[in-house]
Design a protein around this ligand. Structure first.
Ligand code: TYD
Length: 213
């Protein structure tokens, strides 16, 4: 008998929202594969370097940036995510299509629907079962990111305000699959809100959460 497909859970949100800690925690609770975009395949690691370093010679233009994010996504889905889901493993990804729509669409000013289109092409039509936005005001996230900023982090507060608007707009437009949690609370409280969302929306973690009290 073939095993049932795993669930695909995505955490989205601005830089400095504390997503990576939450991805690691949720993956442990779900016994899921933790993964991230960009950079979770050998090709993706090269693309990530080109995307985030601020090298004058190789700095991508707006469309190239969107297509490089999409290329990373295509490789990530084909090489990592889809095989895991098909084998029955849950996957928790740090960022997915919503980040391209928010950063390259709302942030950079490309048409969000066009960005969505290339992202869906890249993902071969795969959609997340649940998208959780860890939402934090820009003033707080920029403070957390601090002085060591990569090329995208350094795009300025107005850019990051538009990115946040982009995440909230996507969550508003698809309330069935998207949930917004307040990421300005303590790390444990944010984890609890994420676990509650996964339990309510996907019916997972019922036994594990009871066992842990
Ligand atoms: P991330 O790995 O979350 O950053 P960090 O390692 O600093 O926590 O993401 C790297 C950057 O890439 C982040 O600024 C968001 C950006 N990004 C996009 O602009 N578009 C995308 O589609 C994705 C996946 C990420």
């Amino acid at each position: 008998m073939t095993s049932p497909r795993g669930s695909f859970v995505v955490l989205e949100g601005p830089d400095g929202a504390g997503k990576s800690t939450q991805v690691a925690r949720l993956a442990t609770r779900l016994d899921a594969l933790p993964t991230r975009e960009p950079g979770d395949t050998p090709l993706g690691a090269e693309l990530r370097r080109l995307l985030l370093d601020d090298d004058q010679l190789t700095r991508p233009g707006l469309r190239a940036e969107a297509l490089m994010m999409a290329a990373d996504r295509a490789q990530h889905i084909e090489e990592v995510v889809e095989p895991a889901l098909a084998a029955g493993r849950h996957v928790v990804s740090d960022r997915f299509i919503g980040s391209s729509v928010a950063y390259q669409g709302y942030g950079r000013g490309l048409d969000p629907m066009a960005v969505l289109g290339i992202s869906q092409f890249a993902a071969a039509g795969l959609e997340a079962d649940l998208v959780i936005v860890v939402d934090v005001p820009v003033e707080v996230t920029l403070d957390r990111v601090g002085g060591q900023q990569d090329r995208i982090e350094a795009a300025g507060p107005e850019f990051h305000r538009r990115v946040r608007t982009g995440f909230l707009a996507q969550a508003d437009a698809d309330a069935q699959r998207w949930v917004v949690v307040d990421g300005s609370r303590s790390v444990d409280e944010v984890t609890q809100a994420i676990v509650t969302a996964v339990r309510d929306r996907l019916g997972l973690l019922n036994d594990a959460s009871r066992a842990r009290g």
